[in-house]
Write a protein that binds this ligand. Sequence first.
Ligand code: NAD
Length: 382
Amino acid sequence: MKSRVGIIGMGYIGESHIEAIRRIGLCELCAIADTNYELAKEKAAIYGIEKVYASVDELLADSDIDAVHNCTPNFLHKQINEKIIRSGKHLFSEKPLTMNYAEAKELLELKKQYPQVEAAVNFNYRMNPMVQEIRARIKAGEAGDIRIITGYYNQDWLMYDTDYSWRLEPEVAGNSCCIADIGSHWMDIIQHVTGHKIVSVMGDAVTVIPVRKKPAKQQETFKDAVSEDYIEVQVKNEEYAAVMFKTDKGATGVFHVTEMAPGHGCDFSFEINGSSLSYGWNQEQNDRMWIGRRGGDNSVVIRNPNLLSDEAKAYSSLAMGHPEGWNDAFKGNIYAFYKYLAEEKKGDRVFSTLEDAAYVVKLTEKIIESSKLKKWINIEED
Ligand SMILES: NC(=O)c1ccc[n+]([C@@H]2O[C@H](COP(=O)([O-])OP(=O)(O)OC[C@H]3O[C@@H](n4cnc5c(N)ncnc54)[C@H](O)[C@@H]3O)[C@@H](O)[C@H]2O)c1
């Protein structure tokens, strides 16, 4: 059965959700909503969407819709996700799940009362076929014991003091900018791929530009526009972070994140060193993976669906030599969710569950805390 989908939030990422949903036969886009109604109508005209709403409540009242994507800024995730769950519609939320762990726990508790509702969080990089391939090979034991996990996620769209995002404001984003925004993807992917859980962290979170020029008018994320009309604001959240960590299965690791590294667009990279070999992946060359060996040739594997594991093949549509990229992994993640629903929840949850995403929120919070305290923090079970 096809799911009929509504999207709330028509900013930067809302548009990617429209395109991905339209590429999947298991679901159908039914309506969109944004409190900026003019913007929603503009997007509806571009994409030929019939139903456009100016509020969450109107969209949730639409009985045609059975699943809702929440693409609003972080401070609205808890409140809107809660409404979606209570409406009995399935939830597909943007990351991070919430602004803080207290909110995430409330959502987890609420969700228990609605077992018929399925929920996922959009850690979209998971469903790149080469990421799934590394995961399958690690699961099969090819890397040996995982010992060291390293990497980074660098972007540059916040490098000038005239660049601005709600992500810099604790009231809108939570107490973290780049760890919550892009470090969350990094932590999700390495936990997903290795099957390890990060259980101890030591962070160094730094605000690099203490005062920024905030534009007077709403600005879409990543738009390279300098506003003449601005107010100067103190930056409270971190714009760079380095994080050391330990996992529950004895691995150790380090990663760094920033949105202030000139020349980096979506430079998301990880390397996993096992007792037999290493695996590496970089989002900007995401159709390939690197294998490192001692005493043998290193190799770069270019995606070829005919040679991939079944797990990776499920998320690979094009033949070798036809590069699949960011949009394809994004589609793959949404496909994983609707496939799970179409199969009446009998398959694996390959997408991030609410529990997975709540744990990433907890890690983010503990990294910020450890940076303030200048000490390692163990992540306690609830
Ligand atoms: N998965 C990814 O790769 C990825 C990439 C970018 C952003 N995101 C996430 O997506 C979310 C949105 O980010 P963005 O960059 O698109 O932000 P954005 O500021 O470009 O867009 C947010 C939109 O939400 C709308 N909105 C605000 N309040 C609303 C309400 N009450 N009801 C309906 N609409 C409302 C705004 O008018 C705006 O159009 C964030 O949580 C962010 O972390 C994820």
